[in-house]
Ligand binder design. Structure first.
Ligand code: FCB
Length: 450
């Protein structure tokens, strides 16, 4: 192909990729979900439990007493069950289980066992995350995820937990949003350990990919039938100026780095990510990594427009949440189509492991929820194997560096049901929703709503 035609084709396909997702199916009177579809919600230990000492509390970002999920889990799970939820995602706090290197706390494990049993007694299946942004202080002090050898500490923890809790758990997430963590903590410097070194972030991505592969094998050695994956943040990235080839180029680069490296490494069992001026991520073929994924977990929140300089912008005037994240439900259909190309190659299903928004007044959440579920329903009609939806979050909680200000819960900290919790209950119990319901709650922007 002559050079010009090649570049033109790349440019044109970049341009076409920015067109809004074309819906292949129109809403029907009642949009039913497949039988056995999982309706659920997600939390993470440090954000809800309270009373945890880890690298965040040590760094001055102390979640304190949290929303006391550690002691109030019974009533929280009762609420989830009443809401019609059948899958609940929680994380196991490494710092509780192994407060000092090699010393495991039997009491903490017993407590998690009680939590898992309580879920099961209420007809809710647990999904357990093993690394959700927090680590014990002793691990951080040894260099944390920046040091390749430190992964052995994580795998020792995974061995212990999967041996002790494996009989109660089918779904596992080895890691949560590994690339978000790497960049927030080591490039942007806004999360502990507050480093600003892009090469370090890339090294952390590499170590987390490898740690995932090991954790996958360890869990499977305990339980061949377990379903093991990880929760990957997928943000829809589009060029700020679709006609500008430099914006397109930067978008492709970021999409590859932020959205695809993990999936690619697992599909091929190897990775070679090279950008001039940066430390490459090179993983030679590794059979423990190869195909180490039983489901694709997707955390979907928003879309960003990417400029040639790499900046991530939100389009002015579009509906946004309290945190200024654009509400872009049609992006979920695009993300699911992308994920499906991987799901087909690996022959695995997809689970939405997080989706939600900060909205204290619950003005936007009903429309947000329905619009995203509509996108999932459309994807399912296209044959994309989505098996569950976990709303972030069951409860208001500690939103990392943002603290407690922003409210993501279906329930507030006093366990009052927000109106969208009732709506979710109705949807879960009916295993779908009517067009009339969808039309009752159009998605509006925060400024229109308040
Ligand atoms: C995701 C995190 C989760 C929560 C939501 C709002 O990036 O996985 O812990 O903070 O965002």
């Amino acid at each position: 192909m002559p050079r010009f035609t090649l570049w033109f084709t790349i440019w044109l396909s970049g341009l076409l990729s920015t067109l809004p997702a074309k819906a292949s199916v129109q809403p029907t009177d009642f949009m039913a979900f497949p039988q056995g579809f999982h309706w659920g919600s997600a939390t993470a230990a440090y954000q809800v439990e309270g009373g945890i000492q880890n690298n965040w509390s040590a760094a001055g970002l102390d979640a304190g007493a949290g929303v006391e999920h550690w002691t109030r889990y019974e009533e929280d799970f009762t609420a989830a069950a009443e809401m019609g939820q059948s899958l609940y995602r929680l994380s196991i706090e490494w710092a509780r289980i192994e407060p000092r290197p090699g010393e495991f706390d039997a009491g903490a494990l017993a407590h998690y066992r009680r939590m898992l049993r309580s879920l099961q007694a209420k007809g809710i299946q647990p999904m357990v995350t093993l690394f959700h942004f927090t680590v014990p202080t002793w691990f951080e002090a040894r260099g944390g995820w920046t040091v390749a050898e430190n992964s052995q500490y994580f795998t020792r923890f995974v061995t212990h937990v999967s041996r002790e809790l494996g009989d109660l758990v089918y779904y596992w997430n080895t890691v949560n949003e590994p690339v978000v963590y790497a960049f927030k903590s080591f490039d942007e410097g806004s999360w502990p350990p507050f480093k600003k070194d892009r090469n370090l972030a890339l090294r952390v991505v590499k170590h987390l990919i490898l740690a995932h592969g090991e954790a996958y094998r360890i869990i499977h050695a305990q339980d061949a039938l377990a379903s093991v994956g990880f929760a990957k943040n997928i943000t829809l990235l589009q060029p700020n100026w679709p006609l500008n080839p430099m914006d397109q180029l930067m978008t492709n680069l970021q999409s590859y780095l932020f959205n695809e490296t993990f999936w690619e490494a697992i599909e091929k069992g190897q990775l070679a990510f090279r950008v001039p001026g940066l430390e490459p991520i090179v993983i030679p073929y590794n059979d423990r990594l190869h195909k180490s994924m039983d489901f694709i977990g997707i955390n979907y929140y928003t879309r960003y427009l990417i400029t040639a300089s790499g900046a991530q912008r939100t389009q002015p005037g579009v509906p946004v949440s309290e945190l200024n994240w654009e509400l872009y439900p049609e992006g979920l259909l695009q993300v699911l189509r992308l994920a499906n190309t991987h799901a087909q190659r690996l022959r695995v299903p997809i689970i939405i492991t997080e989706n939600g928004l900060a909205d204290a007044e619950d003005q936007l959440r009903p429309g947000f929820l329905l619009a995203h579920l509509h996108a999932i329903w459309q994807a399912i009609q296209e044959g994309i194997p989505v098996q569950g939806y976990l709303h972030w979050s069951l409860l208001d909680n500690f939103e990392w560096a943002e603290g407690y200000e922003h409210k993501f819960g279906l329930l507030d900290a006093d366990r009052q049901w927000r109106p969208s919790a009732r709506l979710y209950q109705q949807i879960a119990r009916n295993n779908g929703f009517s067009r009339q319901l969808l039309e009752t709650y159009p998605l509006q922007s925060a400024s229109q709503a308040h």
